[in-house]
Design a protein around this ligand. Structure first.
Ligand SMILES: Nc1ncnc2c1ncn2[C@@H]1O[C@H](COP(=O)(O)OP(=O)(O)OP(=O)(O)O)[C@@H](O)[C@H]1O
Ligand SMILES: O=P(O)(O)OC[C@H]1O[C@H](OP(=O)(O)OP(=O)(O)O)[C@H](O)[C@@H]1O
Length: 232
C-alpha cells in the first residue's frame, strides 16, 4: 500500500518537535525501561491512566510522544504524521508500507502469527487439495498472502478480537492470529497448526523524514540502539 502524505510534518524547522508514536497496551508497558534507557522522559501526565490526552511533551523540547492503537502506529509513521514509532512486526507485515523503514528489532512483544484450528478436526484433511478456505483474522493481508502462496484462495472474515470463538461457531474453518503462550487457543479447544511468522516489536521511521532530517532521526536510532545494548 502506498501512503501519500502531506510533507509539512516531514521537514519541520529546527524548533518543531519530532513525533514518536507509541502503541497503547502491552507493548507500551514493555517498552518503558527501553524509553528510560534511551533518555526519554515524558511529561508526568503520560503515566496517568485516566488522562484522555493523546499527545505528550517530553523533557526534550524537540520530541513529543503520541499514544495510539497498536495497529495504527505504522499508519501514523507511513503518512508522516509521526516521524518515529514502535510497533509489532505483525502490524508491519499486515500493512507492508513502503514508506516505513524498520532499522531495529527491540526484542520485546514476542509472539507469533499462526494458523490455528479446532483440535477435534486438525489433521483430518489434506490442505494441499483445497482450492479455498474461510479464515477469520485481524490480519486479512497476512492470511490471504499465506494461503495464496499455496495456491489456496482465502476468504477472510475480518474480526478484531475473540477470534478463537469463530471456528466453533461455524464462522470459519481456521483462524490466523497471534499466539504467545498458547493458553487462549487451549482454553477454546484450538491447536496451532502452522507458524506464519515470529513477531517482536520494531523501531520504525518514516523514510522521507530520515532523508530530510538525517541527523535528528539518525540520532534517535542511535540512542535506541545504545539503549538496547545497555539493556543486555
Ligand atoms: N499475546 C499477545 N497477543 C497480542 N499481541 C501481542 C501479544 N504478545 C505481543 N503482542 C504484540 O502486541 C501488539 C498488540 O498489543 P495489544 O494486544 O495490547 O493490542 P490490541 O489488543 O491489538 O489493541 P487494540 O486494543 O487496539 O485492539 C501486537 O501487535 C503484537 O505485536
Ligand atoms: O497465546 P496467548 O498468550 O494466549 O495470547 C494470544 C491472545 O492474545 C491476543 O489477544 P489479546 O489479549 O490482545 O486480546 P484481544 O482479543 O482484545 O486482541 C491474541 O489475539 C490471542 O487471543
Amino acid at each position: 500500500m502506498t501512503a501519500s502524505f502531506p510533507t509539512s510534518a516531514l521537514a519541520p524547522d529546527a524548533t518543531t518537535p519530532l513525533i514518536l508514536a507509541l502503541p497503547k497496551g502491552r507493548i507500551l508497558s514493555e517498552c518503558g525501561p527501553l524509553l528510560a534507557r534511551a533518555g526519554i522522559v515524558p511529561s508526568p501526565d503520560y503515566a496517568d491512566g485516566d488522562s484522555r490526552r493523546l499527545r505528550f511533551p517530553t523533557d526534550d523540547p524537540l520530541l513529543d510522544i503520541v499514544r495510539v492503537r497498536p495497529f495504527d502506529v505504522a499508519t501514523f509513521v507511513a503518512f508522516g504524521a509521526a516521524h518515529i514509532g514502535i510497533c509489532g512486526a505483525d502490524v508491519l507485515m499486515e500493512f507492508d508500507y513502503p514508506e516505513v523503514y524498520a532499522p531495529l528489532d527491540l526484542g520485546i512483544g514476542k509472539c507469533r502469527v499462526s494458523v490455528a484450528e479446532p483440535a477435534a478436526t486438525a489433521g483430518t484433511d489434506d490442505p494441499s487439495r483445497w482450492s479455498e478456505v474461510r479464515v477469520a483474522s485481524k490480519y486479512p493481508n497476512i492470511a490471504r498472502r499465506h494461503y495464496a502462496g499455496r495456491g489456496i484462495h482465502a476468504e477472510v472474515v475480518h474480526l478484531n478480537g475473540a477470534m478463537e470463538l469463530a471456528p466453533g461457531l461455524g464462522l470459519c474453518r481456521m483462524i490466523v492470529d497471534l499466539v504467545q503462550t498458547g493458553s487462549t487457543l487451549k482454553a477454546n479447544g484450538l491447536v496451532e497448526t502452522e507458524v506464519i511468522a515470529d513477531v517482536t516489536s520494531r523501531l520504525i521511521v518514516n523514510r522521507t523524514a530520515l532523508k530530510t532530517q538525517p541527523e535528528a532521526i539518525g540520532a534517535w536510532i542511535a540512542r535506541f540502539r545504545a539503549a538496547l545494548e545497555t539493556g543486555g
